[in-house]
Unconditional design. Structure first.
Length: 100
């Protein structure tokens, strides 16, 4: 077999990151229905980390979802990075492209 085997967590996070980077928004319900999880519980740490980006006007977090603002669209990669588990666990190696 070639390639990578994705875990359930990988698939969930991929869906979140793709929604934010492609549509600029994420409805919690779409992830909850697709993956049978409670978004706010599953991503509690990530939602807390988004607080800094909310303060900077990059995103709006509401009860039903996340919206990237017009200002935040230029930094959507930074928003998506909050949900990337591999960046959280492997900070020693800069394997990702620079934001700016």
């Amino acid at each position: 077999m070639r390639g990578l085997a994705l875990s359930r967590d990988d698939l969930v996070r991929r869906a979140v990151i793709m929604a934010l980077m492609c549509q600029g928004q994420l409805q919690f319900e779409s992830i909850e229905l697709a993956y049978l999880l409670d978004f706010k519980s599953y991503f509690a740490k990530e939602l807390e980390a988004l607080g800094v980006l909310v303060e900077q006007g990059m995103v709006v977090v509401e009860d039903h979802g996340i919206q990237v603002t017009a200002q935040g669209w230029f930094f959507v990669r930074a928003v998506a990075m909050v949900f990337d588990r591999y960046l959280q666990t492997d900070r020693t190696r800069a394997r990702f492209s620079k934001i700016i």
